[in-house]
Design a protein around this ligand. Sequence first.
Ligand code: GAR
Length: 226
Amino acid sequence: MTNASPQEQIRQAPLSLGEGPGGKLPVEAGRKARLAILLSGRGSNMLALVKATQTGILKDLAEVAVVFSNQPDAPGLAFAAEQGCPVAALPSQGRKREAFDAEAAALLQQYQPDFVVLAGYMRILSPAFIQPFAGRIINIHPADTHQHQGLHAYEWAFDNHLPETKITVHLVDEGLDTGPILAQQTVDLRGADTLAEVERRGLAVEHDLYARTLAALITTPSKTSC
Ligand code: GAR
């Protein structure tokens, strides 16, 4: 547990993902990584990432290829359009998971993303989606994925009076929040006496950690090609 304020906690040293020397960068030098950002709701993480590509840590490293949603009326999709991002939607309601995922993957491939960045994309992904982007799908989760998986992580922390939660950025595999962890950051929840306050503290860390983790991923040579 840390005594630092939320503001102090999110201003930490740049992340290093620590791969060994001799690997390849996931994106060739001289071009920006293309991000496909996926959301189902309000899109605060998407907005933070868009801003990071415009004026922040991702400015020279990444660009938004598309913001995609399975919910055509997701508020985040409208916010993305206001920011000038290309947007696309495919309604998932009533669709069989594999068929929807195959169609969504084909749609996204038209935008040639280097990374598929899940930002509140509230779907369990089937192999039809994961295989075309294997090793290149990233998710952010409001808790340590070893302790809590799936939805409502802030409610879980609040209801259990946890003194802290650990925001986790991880690679996505075919399990529910089981992929390899890329970065984690602790949020001090002591004294947070409403769910709204728990979320406010957590989201401030999410917004910073996600962009920093992506920056580290893009600039870290990897032994496995992306
Ligand atoms: C965020 O808290 C994100 O970590 C969470 O959904 C919220 C989306 O908010 N994701 C998960 O719980 C994934 N298991 P946003 O739409 O404002 O970015």
